[in-house]
Design a binder for this molecule. Structure first.
Ligand code: ZN
Length: 481
């Protein structure tokens, strides 16, 4: 049995060797003797840098056996645009007699170039506490993506800033520059609302706050602290100091002055008073004027009329009265030929405007201004030589009125034609006297437009604005008729 087994094993070995030999022979014939297209030095995938020249490469192609192979030529098809990133396919067609063979090649156009970072500025660069740089400019450009400045990131290390940017193909660039932390500039702080605030005793002070920005820290409004308090139950001057610090401890402050005053009049800060008076209205501009007066809490006097253009503005007279201004009597008709023709005619006209004012405000007025003023000479034309202004100035007082002329002429009824001219006429007339009664007309828009400037100047130069009252200082022209 042992011998037989061994013999069988030899047989099996022989068969296996024979099969192996046949396979080797077959492979030899297949690879070396069968004629076909043979291709070497060919890449089915190639990479081309952006904008580089691309040349087709068919490799070494031939048709035949391993031992004798005839060279064949190939034609290629498929475009490769190396100015655009992407994947392109090229097909090579090899021909030998009537036989053809095709081979595909994938061409990847790739960006291998990193962006460039450029920093313009004095070194060491300076940067803010929040890592925001200033005093220098940094730019990044890329051969394919163009401007990449927006994509730059910066990292602040010890005494250096590292700028980095990556293009859309993942190529990175990095640039390091020496740098120092620096913020020597204080924030900018400014008041919201007015610098001078006037509040009646027991009124309400509404904090308007302030705004602050810092070159390095940005908006610091929420960091503002306010020193000082306003006690509206005690009259006097209060200061509120708004303070802000940036992260480098640079400080900025701004002060608001709040005046709590006792009566309807402001405290006379240093005894200089301005009485703004407006004749011939109301008009379509009077509401706007009242807005300005309200904004500064300034009281004025309106010498009203009942001429054609003033009709339809009764509500404006009511508003002026309700907001604490004085409603004075100017004239109903403002017709010189009538009102100065006789004492009776004058009072007939005055009673008419008085009736209108009483109807609107519910109260009689005792404050009067003569059309043309107490010094007018126009009345001579109509009074038949009876010196009517001498009579009227006495008669109105005998009836319980007080009349007011002016000592500052804005010239808005002649001469001045712009808000700027009106404002400068008034401002240039102001000095250190205790009483300035200003003549303006609220039927002139440019005169109304001058009021805010006049108020701002007055408040910032120590003047107090008041409405005319029976006990106000007398400003009366000398009578010329
Ligand atoms: Zn007038």
């Amino acid at each position: 049995m042992e011998e037989k087994k061994l013999r069988i094993d030899k047989k099996v070995l022989f068969v296996l060797l024979a099969i192996f030999g046949i396979i080797l022979l077959f492979l030899f014939v297949y690879f070396f003797l069968v004629p076909r297209f043979r291709l070497s030095n060919f890449s089915s995938k190639v990479t081309v840098p952006l904008k580089a020249d691309f040349t087709y490469n068919v490799g070494n192609a031939c048709y035949g056996t391993f031992f004798h192979c005839e060279e064949v030529k190939a034609t290629e098809s498929g475009e490769v645009d190396t100015s655009k990133l992407g994947s392109y396919t090229v097909v090579y067609t090899y021909e030998y007699e009537s036989k053809t063979f095709e081979k595909e090649q994938t061409v990847e156009v790739v960006d291998l170039e990193s962006p460039t970072i450029e920093v313009v500025g004095e070194e060491p660069l300076t940067y803010c506490a929040n890592h925001k740089g200033y005093g220098y400019e940094v730019k990044a450009t890329d051969n394919y993506d163009g401007d990449l400045t927006d994509k730059i990131t910066s990292t602040v290390l010890d005494e250096e800033i590292v700028f980095e940017v990556t293009d859309s193909s993942g190529n990175k660039a990095s640039l390091s520059k020496p740098a120092i932390l620096k913020d020597e500039d204080a924030p900018t702080i400014s008041l919201n609302g007015e610098e001078n605030v006037f509040i009646p005793l027991n009124g309400t002070y509404v904090e308007a706050n302030a705004s602050a920005t810092d070159m390095c820290d940005g908006d610091l409004t929420s960091q503002i602290t306010i020193e000082g308090v306003v006690d509206t139950t005690v009259a006097g001057e209060y200061q509120l100091v708004y303070k802000v610090l940036d992260s480098n401890q640079n400080e900025a402050t701004v002060t608001r002055y709040v005046y709590v005053y006792e009566s309807s009049d402001y405290p006379s800060l240093d005894g200089k008073n301005i009485y703004l008076t407006f004749d011939d209205g109301p008009s379509k501009y009077t509401d706007k004027l009242l807005d300005v007066l309200k904004k500064y809490n300034v009281k004025a006097t309106f010498f009203v009329t009942d001429q054609g253009l003033t009709k339809g503005y009764d509500d404006v007279i009511k508003r002026a009265n309700d907001e604490g201004h004085t409603i004075g009597l100017h004239s109903s008709s403002h017709n010189y030929g009538y009102i100065y023709s006789s004492v009776n005619a004058y009072f007939s006209d005055l009673n008419a405007i008085q009736a209108k004012v009483e109807r609107i405000t519910g109260a009689k007025s005792t404050i009067v201004r003569f059309p043309g003023g107490g010094s007018n000479t126009i009345s001579k034309n109509y009074d038949a030589g009876c010196h009517i202004m001498s009579k009227l100035t006495k008669a109105v007082q005998a009836k319980g009125y007080r009349y007011f002329d002016w000592n500052v002429d804005s010239k808005d009824a002649g001469g001045a034609k712009t808000a700027g001219e009106v404002a400068s006429n008034v401002i240039n007339s102001l000095g250190n006297q205790s009483t300035y009664v200003v003549l303006q007309h609220d039927i002139k828009e440019y005169s109304v437009d001058a009021v805010e400037t006049i108020i701002q100047f007055g408040l910032s130069h120590g003047y107090t604005f008041q409405a005319l009252k029976m006990d106000s200082p007398r400003v009366e022209h000398s009578v010329n008729n």
